[in-house]
Design a binder for this molecule. Structure first.
Ligand code: NDP
Ligand code: MG
Length: 432
């Protein structure tokens, strides 16, 4: 990506709560994108109470492991799952949550039959929202995959919860609305995504005006170095073999297409208030440097670590403190070599498409996200070749009229329209 000399950093500040209405210890923190006065989250108790959304997923499982290893600091009150009843039952037996939400009706019955005496099993379309809005937890771990994360995360923000955000799609589809809502409710969104956790750590203690560039690192995925011709024949099984990270299927395919990095560019824009021209991507196959920030004096800070999602999850849950952990340590001498290369947006057009929709604004990113979710699913089911994912997303963005998003309902409409368009397009292609 190009580095433009002219940078336009937007600085946002949270409205300050009235200290006279707050009790307990008050931390005053100067961080680059916001000046925040926070009441200590642990003021009257020693443990942070978590609601883990998507507990049966990769982020959810890692979060439960972080909580299990630090019982003095975390307690888990709520879990949610979709189809993996077996794992959810196991988690309920281990964690003893006050309630769980299970979205899939078959899984819900299985869970209720097995452990209905240990916890309340909520059902129905509003179960996730109902848990998100409860007042007896501190932090939502937003670990649902895809657009399904938007509504519960929005509810948790409205309820004034801290958000440990893995579900980047929430910011991709509704970044402007979500960040405005977070400001309105004095809610801090702490990134779990390793790149954004790295940026958060690099900018701590710096001034907004001194940040000149964010450099997101990308592993390049399983098809790094492939030509467009080679990509035509790749299979879902090949695409699901990520070289460094073990993650859910959707994000693993997003990593193979480079859409994941595109979504992360959009996520970085909304989290840190940095314009697209000041966000670069560099391919770093070892995934040791999780991202970098360049400052006005030419200094560059990087954050490093082994690729283990427990570390950024732990940081998001303990910020602004650090709590000692025994996760595997990085042995940099053994790693030996760190390499970097330019991304190839010609062969992997999804990265370019993400920059395009970010610059277009309005509903364009919601269209991109919805088309991507449908296209990835179609690829995994053998209905679309790998290059077809980017092709159909580009067509969707170009075909659908884009408009301003004023409310979450507008986002739901944009998402529905793009999903319908993409499904019809795939069905038409399949019948030809
Ligand atoms: P997974 O697919 O592993 O897990 C997704 C979770 O969401 C599961 O608990 C799943 O339930 C649940 N879920 C899926 N669909 C629905 C639905 N329609 N309604 C309710 N619940 C649903 O995903 P990941 O953990 O890999 O990713 C989660 C989010 O975190 C994504 O936004 C991803 O981009 C982001 N992220 C993930 C990273 C990782 O290392 N995995 C790294 C950085 C970001 P069930 O399994 O029971 O069906
Ligand atoms: Mg990431």
């Amino acid at each position: 990506m190009r580095n433009l000399p002219c940078l336009h950093l937007r600085i946002r500040r949270l409205p300050l709560p009235d200290p006279s209405t707050m009790q307990g210890r008050i931390s005053v923190l100067r961080i680059p994108s916001m000046l925040v006065i926070l009441p200590s989250l642990q003021m009257n108790r020693s443990k942070k109470i978590l609601a883990v959304f998507g507990s049966t997923g990769s982020i959810g499982r890692n979060t439960l492991e972080v909580a299990r290893r630090h019982p003095d600091h975390f307690s888990v009150r709520y879990l949610t799952g979709n189809s993996n009843a077996e794992l959810l039952i196991e988690q309920i037996r281990a964690v003893r949550p006050a309630a769980v939400a299970v979205s899939d009706p078959v899984a819900r019955n299985t869970v209720r039959d097995a452990v209905g005496d240990l916890t309340t099993v909520l059902n129905g379309a509003n179960a996730l929202d109902e848990i998100a809005g409860r007042d007896d937890y501190d932090t939502m771990v937003s670990g649902l995959v895809g657009f399904a994360g938007l509504l519960p995360t929005t509810t948790a923000i409205r309820a004034g919860k801290s958000i440990a955000l893995a579900n980047k799609e929430t910011l991709v589809v509704a970044g402007e609305i979500i960040t405005a809502l977070a400001r309105e409710h004095n809610v801090r969104i702490l990134p779990i995504d390793s790149e954004h956790s790295a940026i958060q750590q690099c900018i701590l203690g710096e001034h907004d005006a001194d940040i000149s560039r964010i450099i997101l690192t990308a592993s390049g995925g399983p098809f790094r170095g492939y030509t467009a011709e080679q990509l035509r024949g790749v299979t879902p099984a090949q695409a699901l073999k990520h070289p460094n990270w073990s993650m859910g299927n959707k994000i693993t395919i997003d990593s193979a297409t480079m859409m994941n990095k595109g979504l992360e560019v959009i996520e970085a824009h909304w989290l840190f208030g940095v314009d697209p021209d000041a966000i670069d991507v560099v391919v770093h196959p070892q995934s040791i440097i999780h991202s970098m920030v360049e400052f006005s004096d030419g200094s560059v800070k990087a954050q490093l670590g082994i690729p283990d999602m427990k570390i950024p999850i732990h940081y998001a849950l303990t910020w602004p403190d650090r709590i000692a952990s025994d996760y595997e340590r990085m042995d940099i001498a053994r790693i030996g070599t760190l390499t970097f290369e330019q991304p190839d947006p010609e062969t992997f057009p999804c990265l370019r498409l993400a920059y395009d929709v970010l610059r277009t604004g309005g509903s364009a990113a919601a269209s991109l996200n919805a088309a991507n979710e449908i296209a990835v699913d179609a690829f995994l089911h053998g209905l679309l070749p790998f290059p077809g994912i980017a092709e159909i997303i580009e067509e969707c963005i170009n075909q659908l009229p884009q408009h301003r998003l004023s409310s979450i309902d507008d986002v739901l409409d944009a998402d529905r329209d793009a999903r319908n368009w993409t499904k019809n397009r795939i069905a038409k292609t399949a019948s030809q």
